[in-house]
Design a protein around this ligand. Structure first.
Ligand code: ZN
Length: 86
């Protein structure tokens, strides 16, 4: 499930970049009709935020179950080292 969220986040950010790339190309081309791309960018951004939040919520210390507050190696609550899960 967590891997799915990571993949969704990666895919959504790729779609986001591609959509903005298309919008950029259209603007350069003098074409200002890019509602579909703008919606695609918006939707992919929402998906990315949801996935990022999901990852943040599920990213917990394996020892005390508290949410990880940093990207450090040790839990700020119990001081134990995070297990290398990925
Ligand atoms: Zn902990």
């Amino acid at each position: 499930m967590k891997k799915t969220a990571v993949w969704l986040a990666v895919i959504s950010i790729i779609i986001f970049v591609i959509a903005w790339g298309i919008i950029g190309l259209k603007i350069l081309d003098g074409n200002y009709v890019f509602m579909i791309e703008a919606y695609a960018a918006l939707v992919s951004l929402v998906i990315f935020i949801v996935c990022a939040l999901y990852m943040k919520i599920t990213d917990r210390c394996p020892h005390c179950g508290k949410m990880k507050q940093s990207f450090g190696k040790y839990c700020p609550y119990c001081g134990k080292e995070f297990e290398k899960t990925n």
